[in-house]
Design a protein around this ligand. Structure first.
Ligand code: NAP
Ligand code: NAG
Length: 333
């Protein structure tokens, strides 16, 4: 690990936010869950009956080579989906496919390379999925897109288009991918779904100017020292953008009477490689502290929220929304 990464990661604002504020905020999240439980809400999430869902259903899970995404991909394969594992390192993707196939007999899956930091790669990915659907017989239906891939970057990097890499991976890339895959999802014989993986950390965002600067330079606020990459704030902001996008897309699709629904899922704190850009000693101390507080979950436990969201029954609001169908999807461009 280069010294630049270490210095950036150890900036005081980053340390305070990640070490203190994020821990506090997840505790608030758990208290909110507890409050709802005490008020009689159920923690058993209904699942739709897969018997009624077409046999040739396909889904896409991004960032499926490791961590939470790999668990989600395996669970969806066991549910009978043909899973397309998407990620930017083909070697690790192939390993994940082989691992799931060896653990679960009879599942159907394949991998396609996707780098969410590159517009060209996203376009190529969508092309590959489209032609795969057309050449499989009988045609598969794309019924589910799980936007799971995400990073916590410790140093500033830029995409070929000049955007901040963390913003691109966590928000801009998933935005473009979703937009390009919407026609396929709309065409599905069964109501389709988009699940976006967000994070409790968005609750730390107090105000956010959503403008070009945010995406290009990734500087959420003017930094006192320009050498420091405000990784914590940018991560929070990227997840806030993804959350706002999810709400707005759900609203617009509802207005259009679309059968595609959008859900968000927060896995909580999960022991994965998300902290891989931080110094190993800091990661070890963080994991130990979170374990003592009882906040550190396994990828299996963290994936549950995403699987619940993916398999929850469809709620058909179209009868309510038809009269409101005045907004056009053009606005999304
Ligand atoms: N872990 C947590 O505590 C936590 C908490 C809240 C939310 N989340 C969210 O959960 C999601 C999954 O994270 P995780 O914890 O499972 O982390 P992870 O183990 O680091 O997995 C991240 C995945 O994203 C992929 N990825 C990274 N950059 C990419 C790019 N440019 N294009 C395509 N794929 C890319 C990675 O692929 P490679 O392996 O090929 O790089 C990897 O498969 C993320 O969105 C994260 O923000 C995690
Ligand atoms: C961090 O923990 C792992 C085991 O979980 C260990 O192998 C590694 O040496 C530790 N690294 C540091 C720098 O403490």
């Amino acid at each position: 690990m280069s010294s630049v990464v270490v210095r950036n990661a150890l900036q005081i604002d980053n340390l305070l936010r990640m070490g203190f504020l994020w821990t506090l905020i997840i505790m608030v999240s758990y208290m909110m869950v507890l409050y709802h439980l005490l008020r009689g809400s159920s923690i058993v999430f209904p699942r739709r009956s897969m018997a009624s869902v077409g046999r040739w259903r396909a889904c896409i899970v991004t960032g499926a080579s490791s961590g939470i995404g790999k668990v989600v991909a395996k669970a969806l394969a066991l549910e009978g989906y043909h899973v397309i594992l998407a990620g930017h390192m083909s070697g690790e993707l192939h390993e994940a496919v082989a691992e799931i196939k060896s653990e679960c007999i009879g599942v159907s899956l394949h991998s396609v390379e996707l780098d969410l930091c590159s517009v060209a790669s996203i376009l190529a990915f969508v092309d590959a999925v489209e032609s795969w659907i057309l050449t499989t017989y009988p045609h598969h239906d794309l019924q589910l897109l799980v936007n799971n891939a995400g990073i916590l970057a410790a140093s500033q990097r830029f995409t070929p288009e000049g955007y901040d890499s963390m913003m691109a991976t966590n928000y801009l890339g998933p935005f473009l991918l979703t937009k390009l895959l919407l026609p396929l999802l709309e065409k599905s014989s069964e109501p389709a779904r988009i699940v976006n993986v967000v994070s409790f950390t968005h609750r730390c965002v107090r105000s956010l100017k959503i403008n070009e600067e945010l995406f290009l330079k990734g500087t959420v606020q003017k930094s006192l020292n320009r050498d420091w990459y405000r990784m914590a704030r940018i991560y929070e902001a990227s997840k806030m953008c993804l959350l706002l996008f999810s709400y707005e897309l759900e609203r617009r699709l509802g207005n259009l009477g679309s059968r595609v629904t959008v859900m968000v899922a927060d896995p909580g704190i999960v022991k994965t490689s998300i902290l891989q850009e931080l110094p190993q000693l800091l990661v070890n101390i963080t994991h130990l502290g979170l374990k003592i507080l009882g906040l550190l979950q396994s990828p299996d436990a963290g994936a549950r929220a995403i699987i619940d969201a993916a398999l929850a029954p469809m709620v058909d609001f179209s009868f309510l929304m038809k009269s409101l169908a005045d907004t056009s999807l053009e606005v999304m461009e």
